[in-house]
Write a protein that binds this ligand. Sequence first.
Ligand code: FMN
Length: 436
Amino acid sequence: MTRHLALSALVHGSGGHIAGWRHPEAYAAGQLDFAFHAELARLLERGRFDAFFVADVVAIWGHQLDSLSRTGRAEHFEPLTLLSALSTVTSHIGLVGTATTTYHEPYHIARKFASLDHLSHGRAGWNIVTSVVPLEAANFGRAEHLDHTLRYRRADEFVDVVRQLWDSFSDKAVVRDVAGARYYDPDQLRPPEHHGEHFRVRGPLNISRPPQGHPVLFQAGSSETGQDFAARHGEVLFTAQPDLAAAQAFSTGIKARVTAAGRDPGQVRVWPLLSPLVAGTEAAARRKVAELDDLLHDDVARRLVQDNIGDVDLTGYPVDGPLPEIPESNRSKSRRDLLLGMARRDDLTIRQLARRFSGGSIVAGTPEQLADRMQEWFTSGAADGFTVSFPYFPGPAIDFVQQVVPILRRRGLVPDGYHGTTLRENLGLARPEVSR
Ligand SMILES: Cc1cc2nc3c(=O)[nH]c(=O)nc-3n(C[C@H](O)[C@H](O)[C@H](O)COP(=O)(O)O)c2cc1C
């Protein structure tokens, strides 16, 4: 199999652009509409997307209820429930969902992803996160979010236990010998008997080994600790990179960490985020982005800047006026300096600065321009694939599948069909052996 450019879609029903759900052509009720998700998954499958990815936090998606109430982010499906339902209406696309190691137990997660892998005949993927939103703590009896280093220490042990649980039964364990009255061979059982710093888990898991051995492990750590964790465990790595040079540096750096962790970098894929908007001309595509940005409500614009810049209350400041002085805080100093620098240098108002975050840096252009950019990132080692976040649904997803994918196919970057049965096979990732 030759290496292909992988495509995954990050699906949030209200769209990747924070005001996307308000676009006149957007389907504003998509968030909890299963028929909408089913149709979208089948569209993406026709476009030979490798994966349908559902992100998650175990809280509402933001803490300022007033500005949140002006976005489509306040409600979303629990990922595994949605992906399980999608497994029944699709047959090839990978089904990837986020689950946090900070607010779950390994047994639950091992069981749920094993179930999804069986339901989908080997198409499950787990995006391992340690949670970023402090609000999540309040839903689980904790006054504060667990410290960053401790979160990742717990995550290391968590993933180790989940893997052992998936290996509870060897691949040959279930024999279903009706005549001899043996459903499974007890000699083929490998319960973890784990006693660690955070978890004590005897096992075995109450479901046989997943079709993929282990569902594919996705990760998106970006701090030093997070990247080391990703290098130890991740098989597909999500990342947000602003330009080609940064993406190349990230990919080279993380693959070096994978090697240092004693793993084969050939078994790791890096999929940067891409938020595309295509039109017949570049100018028309840019107009579409401006139309979306015009839908940004004033409160949401203020909030976007606040969330990105640190501890400051912009309520009461005119959204078409300049940023006030922002005091230093214990949030990220480098990010505050970067954004303040950008606002001062380009003489940006609060609204103009907000527009720079609203769509996750939309790439606007003709289908050829999008394909050129993706090809360049792929061939220069900056990306093995892309995590595509459509600004709203369904128009931009339909345009991408109908106009960009055929170009990628013609150029031999995306194959015509799925050559494997499982997500692992389609991505060229080896099936793990039972570890014990
Ligand atoms: C494409 C992408 C998807 C992500 N999905 C989630 C998610 O669903 N839930 C979550 O809590 N964090 C998500 N994250 C955040 C990462 O898991 C990670 O916490 C973040 O990049 C910060 O890195 P750090 O944990 O190393 O500090 C995502 C990041 C990226 C780039």
